[in-house]
Write a protein that binds this ligand. Sequence first.
Ligand SMILES: Cc1ncc(COP(=O)(O)O)c(C=O)c1O
Length: 481
Amino acid sequence: MKACSKPNIPHHWSNFYTVHAFRGSGDEMVERLAHYLAESQGKQRDFVLPYSTPFERLSYWKSRLNNSVGAKSGALWKANFLEEVLAQSNRLHDPRYLGHQVAVPLPQLSWLQAATSLLNNGMAIDEMGPASSPMEEAVMQELAQFMGLGSAASGILCHGGTLANLTALLAARQRKASGNPWKDGSERPCAVLVSEQAHYCVDRAVRVMGWGAAGAVKVRTLANHQIDPVALRIAFAESTARGLDVIAVVGNACTTSTGTFDDLEVLAGFADENDLWFHVDGAHGAAQIFSERNKGPLKGIEKADSVAMDFHKMLGVPALCTGLFYRNGSDAYAAFSQEAAYLYENEQEEWWNLSKRTFECTKRMLSVAVFGIWEAHSHNLWESLVDRLVDRAQVAARAIEQRPHWELFAHPQSNIVCFRLRGSDNAALRHAMLKHGPQYIVKTVLNGETWLRCTFQNPLTEESDIEALLDRLEELKANRG
Ligand SMILES: Cc1ncc(COP(=O)(O)O)c(C=O)c1O
């Protein structure tokens, strides 16, 4: 090793770039975050979400900016800044967090995130991520094969399911639409067949590609929110008759509102019969592939041309981290084909230059967390996490069914449960809980009516937390009279 030379850090940056400042703030940070984690896991606060209106919060943060600038000497941020961020944020690590579909991250991944923040390798081309690029290729190939997509399968990591779904549909367009849409634009107006229950990002992707509202053909669903196969055939025939170039069918695995899986076998057969691209939006539920007990609803996923799966939903990875898998790895290059002389030497398939397959140019070193977990645990850690979360939903469903006055929307296939208190204004009930806590749940509208909705993201949620939630909602109802 070479002798250490002392870096010449200009005086006015010495607080920010020195190893001494780094180590000091790191020590403090570890202590503070460990305390925060203990407090959250131990349910020591009176609420999961500190309630105040968006206007009150904006006014708070604006007033801080209006105060004179000046961090404590040696610090990059003001003394109470971190405290306020912690105090005013939604506490996902509290077992009473039963709200949206965001991972309660495996706490130790914070340190890997910290490491990759320090490294900040940009990932666009090989030289910008010499460790994390081949790591991504290796782990994505393995995961694609684990999913059953076959020996030619591969994938990329990107920032979010929204972007993954758009990227998959760009590949679908290039493979299935007439002409060369990437070069010349679409020859005919294109469309995709998608459940009326699909996440809004599919509709948004279609509009981004310039196909307008008509480009997302919303297929009617059955009472259980699965695509109705009869309606699918009719929608296809009608869209084709209207002159639309129907290129793809998108399956839900699972729906955002109720956690319902489309029948992927049926959709795969339909796509095959009609030469359509088959994309699975598995942003939430594709993670169940890791669980022997809970992968049943994903039957048929192995026939998909592409699958989006968020690691930051059921798999404990901090947001954002999404896998986009292709049955034929080469299809990934169809999504984009760009001349960028300063980046690429040619337009060939080069797995090592990842931005040839991603919308992003610079991206975070997303592969590090995924590879680290997979290398150490294979599917086992994710299996136990998925099983625990789905089990929580099943425990909740049983508790709801056992109580008079409560109604369950459907038996959970995933970790999402929709339910309501009969004869109650459920929207008002949820608002009361938002304001007064201590739990945090969300709501949704199904068939024009409001239902309460829980996503079980926290493996530390106990059966007693679920009973306490129902008790509290009953109490809030009683208080409302
Ligand atoms: C089914 C489905 N697709 C896509 C998305 C969007 O994913 P992201 O939030 O990672 O962009 C979500 C988010 O909840 C989802 O549930």
